[in-house]
Design a binder for this molecule. Structure first.
Ligand code: NOJ
Length: 691
């Protein structure tokens, strides 16, 4: 960092240059080193000046910040600090030693993603604090202001009076100044991240997950989350009136410590996305910008794709994971799926229940029985591998661990070696177990599990395997650093529709998660059910129309998308199945066309390296009209639009499979109008015509 003597205000107005090329470049950087009067408050503004943050010390010398948006306060005095076990806390009695400022403006390219080029444009302020006590311990706070929000992290430098630490708590607060409408799922409540979202005023929030999305009276939208969660505890939030406080997840059930570490260390970034309206939260890539760049080098082997598999038939109880007359993962059944994948252009075939370990109570402390290199006798791995290769598809391996992370870690190298040797380019991992603990007593998203998840990702990368992680820790943007961590579940996916006692995901679920869970990153939601009424599950059904199932491929972003239904159900609706075959999974850009949390949302995405676009629009349980303005299309081209919409009589409860497909020529500026049925949706493919 350059050290130039600047005034405080000129430090904030660092040069900002415009990007001309899309290549990765760092263009503007300036720095300042300012000696400060103790009482002074330090200001940081976003490049556009719309968001500002003020840092200061309270009367007790405790660090605090507040934030304004459009010059109105949105976060009031919020305290900061770290609470240690067996050592004095880093909380109060500080003075400001120095403040360094810099600005940066660069654009980087995602190897795959919902947006190809991401601009990383921020002003930063590093506040160096020192205790006034004789030990004079040091704590740095790093703040960044972006045009789409703020972020900050604790940095504890190497120093003589601080080495090993046990963090009991973070004093971090987010003091919202309005009793905002809040969408939340409960944390540490028994089902990990798999809850339907509640919507209440902020002052009813107790202990919740992030991203936590809030909406103010004037449409102001705020989402609190974290970025670059690495070797640290997950941050939940606990509510007290309209004040939220960081609540770190403990390491182990018998130990109140949240993080064991030693100086130097840094916490994950605490992020606050701030937008004029909720739809802008979706195209904010703050958390990705705060993660370290790709550490894997050439990741051309990481490829988005679509898959089918031996999966839905298990959830429908037509087949079993365990051995027996209905065992799903047989050589013969897998070959059937391989044929289906090859005939319809799918890349992968997921096979669950292929390995030893499923015959006992694997979901109830039985995970130690899982063996990740031994197949059941009716699953001939070599034959399946050869057959898949001949047909040009790959098998997606499956590692259900039953939350027995120790058993999994013991086998990790061998397990990934096995996948690589058998051409399995991807693996789906799973950590089923009721409650919030792993079988070794560690908390599911405590520091040890965060370490475990990173270890798995790295071992997978070393074997060139992509990971689709279920029941793992929430996404905080690690895909930037490890692009092989391609998708995860971490919310209620479509599987709940097959068996949940509450009747499955209600129609508004998919009008909420784009504004909440999906702000964190891609989700393996597994849409694509065509046999909506689930005859083999009389108490359940999928609570959407068939057209909405198609729209979900665009609305719920994932670079790996499953066509989850059985081949025979796709055979009944070949014209609708065409959309699943056509829809892209890797995007040049994403536009949110309209949306209101919990009501409706419409998203358009442009296929990477192509002029083609796809649109998905979904509604909650209410019928509504949608008008898709096609002004995003290239004005110099004409397009063939294929519109998959609800039929006149469609209704997710009584007539979900009523749909209409229309094809017509369209151009930029045209509008596609349709009536969405209750629980309905519309999908459009817009293929550019040759000219
Ligand atoms: C839960 C996962 O979400 C699901 O997809 C999988 O089939 C089961 N666990 C079994 O591993």
């Amino acid at each position: 960092m350059k050290k130039t003597a600047l005034t405080k205000s000129s430090a904030r107005r660092a040069p900002v240059k415009t990007l001309v090329s899309a290549a990765i470049m760092v263009l503007g950087a300036s720095a300042a080193n300012i000696a400060l009067a103790e009482a002074a408050s330090q200001k940081l503004t976003s490049p556009s000046g719309e968001i500002s943050l003020e840092f200061y010390l309270t009367d007790k010398g405790q660090p605090a910040y507040r934030t304004r948006f459009h010059n109105k306060p949105v976060i009031g005095e919020s305290l900061l600090g770290l609470d240690f076990r067996k050592a004095p806390d880093l909380l109060e009695n500080f003075s400001i030693i120095e403040v360094h400022s810099r600005s940066a403006d660069s654009t980087w390219e995602q190897p795959w993603g919902e947006e190809r080029y991401i601009r990383d444009h921020f002003n930063e302020m590093v506040v160096q604090l020192q205790e006034k006590s004789p030990k004079a311990r040091a704590l740095n706070l790093v703040f960044r202001a972006y045009d789409d929000g703020i972020a900050f992290r604790y940095q504890v430098p190497a120093q003589s009076h601080l080495d090993k630490v046990e963090i009991l708590d973070e004093a971090t607060e987010f003091n919202l100044l309005e009793n905002m409408s809040t969408w939340w799922t409960p944390a540490l409540a028994g089902e990990k991240y798999e809850y339907l979202t509640q919507n209440t005023p902020l002052d009813q929030v107790e202990l919740v997950h992030t991203p936590l999305t809030m909406k103010g009276k004037s449409d102001l939208a705020i989402a609190i989350h974290e970025a670059a969660l690495k070797d640290y505890a997950t941050m939940n939030l606990s509510g007290d009136g309209t004040r939220l406080k960081a609540a770190l997840v403990p390491i182990h059930k018998d130990n109140p410590v949240k993080v064991e570490t030693s100086a130097p260390f840094a916490s994950p970034w605490r992020t606050v996305q701030i937008a004029e309206k909720e739809t802008d939260l979706i195209t904010s890539y703050l958390a990705l910008n705060l993660n370290e760049p790709n550490k894997l080098g050439d990741v051309s082997w990481v490829q988005p794709g679509k898959y089918v598999g031996i999966w839905w038939e298990l959830h429908l109880e037509k087949g079993t994971w365990n051995q027996g007359p209905k065992h799903g993962a047989t050589t013969e059944n897998t070959k059937k799926y391989i044929d289906f994948a090859a005939a319809n252009g799918f890349d992968g075939v997921l096979v669950e229940g292929w390995n030893e370990g499923w015959d006992g109570e694997w979901y109830n402390h039985g995970g130690a029985a899982f063996n990740f290199t031994k197949a059941y006798p009716d699953y001939d791995v070599d034959a399946v591998t050869e057959y898949a290769a001949k047909k040009g598809v790959y098998i997606i391996g499956h590692h259900e661990t039953g939350s027995e992370t120790d058993n999994y870690e013991r086998q990790l190298e061998d397990a990934y070696d096995f996948l690589q040797k058998h051409g399995m380019k991807a693996v789906k991992t799973g950590y089923v177990e009721s409650g919030e603990l792993l079988t070794n007593g560690n908390y599911h998203h405590g520091q040890k599990f965060v370490q475990h998840a990173e270890k798995v990702t790295k071992v997978a990368a070393a074997h060139k395997v992509m990971v689709v992680a279920h029941e793992t820790v929430k996404d905080t943007g690690e895909r930037r650093t490890y692009p092989n961590l391609i998708s995860r579940e971490v919310a209620r996916g479509q599987e709940y529709d097959a068996w949940a006692k509450d009747g499955g995901n209600p129609p508004d679920h998919t009008t909420i998660i784009p504004f909440t869970r999906l702000l964190a990153g891609p989700m393996d939601f597994t849409p694509g059910t065509f046999d909506i009424t689930l005859p083999s599950r009389p108490d359940n059904q999928v609570n959407t129309t068939l057209a909405k199932q198609l729209a979900l491929y665009v609305v719920v972003y994932s670079p790996v998308q499953m066509a989850s239904d059985l081949p025979e159900n796709y055979a009944k609706y070949p014209d609708a199945f065409q959309f699943i075959k056509d829809v892209a999974v890797d995007w040049e850009t994403t536009r949110v066309l309209s949306g209101e949390i919990g009501e409706h949302i419409a998203i358009a995405r442009q296929t990477r390296d192509s002029e083609d676009w796809f649109v998905g629009a979904v509604t909650d349980e209410k019928a509504r009209e949608v008008a898709v303005d096609l002004s995003f299309l290239n004005k110099d081209l004409s397009y063939t639009a294929t519109i998959y919409r609800d039929g006149e009589k469609a209704d997710y409860r009584s007539n979900p499979e009523d749909y209409v497909i229309e094809t017509r020529k369209v151009k930029a500026g045209d509008t596609v109008r349709a009536q969405l049925a209750p629980g309905g949706g519309m999908a459009i493919s817009l293929l550019a015509n040759e000219h």
